[in-house]
Design a protein around this ligand. Structure first.
Ligand code: NDP
Length: 341
């Protein structure tokens, strides 16, 4: 693994401050520059996070780094990823990759053509809980999977109650924020791709205007598995969870749709109940480590650009379904590959 990657942060964001800067440093990388649209915020962020260089110029940042982590608001990802790739920089981009599937697909194709690594920072497939469920299913421990249930209704913390609730132009709403993670985690755990989505959304008063702050829906997978999801910014007391129910057993993950390496997975079969052993590696550290390894020529990021296209395709279908009150097919011509392993 390349342990001396020089990283640039595109976006003076909360997620970088709370998780990714530490993860990059823990995995041996250097955070050498941060870019913000505002000079004072760039400087203050650099000082607070011990980053040696701050700028408002993407070109200036790109000159100093080997790889970038893009965590600006969602409408900016597309252009910033393309500019970084054209400068020959590897890119770990936040979800959703873009606001449309076509844009996301263009990002994947551009990075591939330019020979740079593109990863999507879907942290949940790095969770020991989800990896344990995926392994148990692959080992046949629940027989044939029939249903999945995702409980991802949370309360959006006060310090994040900004553009996500108010600004459709920035990709606001719970579906682009949380349903994308559900879609990616389902694809990863089930090792299957979605074919159809039906959803309803809710605006319960935390969000403004047309922006949804809650959603429920169902996804049909190519194997026939039906997966239901419940996502919200408005429920302060719900527990998160992820369940898969098969012909011979059930996997019941609790407290596992979260940023922390917590949660348990119970396997229930005719033989009884057992808690699966869980690796408690930090999710973001694993994401950074897999990305750095891919840059060094060893494997792929934990979630590739193609994975980001798939998760956005599900979210886009859920938004369309909620708007039109009909089921929406996922067009297999849009995402570029089958589920990555
Ligand atoms: P933030 O709102 O913290 O940051 C987004 C942008 O908002 C920043 O780039 C910054 O612009 C601007 N901004 C931040 N703080 C301020 C402020 N005090 N005043 C004015 N502007 C400010 O977003 P998040 O960190 O929550 O999310 C960023 C991205 O990361 C999104 O794409 C989101 O979907 C994703 N995300 C992913 C998570 C994961 O676990 N994978 C978890 C959380 C978010 P500028 O850079 O120009 O200064």
């Amino acid at each position: 693994m390349n342990t001396t990657l020089r990283w640039g942060l595109i976006g003076a964001s909360t997620i970088a401050r709370e998780w990714m800067i530490d993860a990059i440093r823990s995995m041996g990388g250097d955070v050498v520059s941060v870019m913000s649209s505002d000079r004072d915020r760039a400087s203050a962020y650099a000082d607070a996070n011990r980053i040696p260089h701050a700028t408002t110029s993407l070109d200036e940042l790109l000159e100093k780094v080997d790889a970038v982590y893009v965590s600006t608001t969602n409408e900016l990802h597309h252009d910033q990823v393309l500019r970084s790739a054209r400068a020959g920089r590897h890119v770990l981009c936040e979800k959703p990759l873009a606001l449309t599937v076509g844009e996301a697909r263009g990002m994947v194709e551009a990075c591939r053509a330019l020979g740079v690594v593109l990863g999507t920072n879907h942290h949940l497939r790095n969770a020991g809980t989800h990896r344990a469920m995926r392994e148990a299913i692959a080992a046949g421990r629940i027989g044939r999977p029939l249903f999945a249930r995702v409980f991802h209704a949370v309360y959006l913390p006060a310090h994040l109650q900004g553009w996500r609730l108010t600004n459709p132009g920035a990709g606001a709403g719970v579906i682009l924020d949380i349903t994308v993670h559900d879609a990616d985690t389902l694809r990863f755990v089930l090792a299957d791709d979605p074919v159809e989505v039906t959803a309803m959304s809710q605006s319960a008063g935390l969000s403004q205007g047309e922006v949804e702050d809650g959603a429920m829906g169902a996804i049909r997978f190519s194997s026939g598995v039906l997966a239901q999801f419940h996502d919200a910014f408005t429920t302060a007391h719900a527990k998160t969870g992820f369940e898969v129910h098969g012909t011979d057993g059930s996997l019941i993950g609790t407290d596992c749709m979260t940023q922390k390496a917590v949660g348990d997975v119970l396997l229930r079969t005719a033989s009884g109940e057992e808690l699966l052993p869980i690796d408690r590696t930090n999710l973001y550290e694993r994401s950074v480590a897999r990305f750095a390894a891919a840059v060094a020529g060893d494997g792929e990021p934990a979630a590739t650009g193609d994975d980001g296209v798939w998760s956005l395709a599900v979210a886009a279908a859920a938004l369309e379904s909620a708007r039109t009150s009909r089921a929406v097919a996922i067009d297999p011509a849009q995402p570029t590959t089958k589920v990555s392993q």
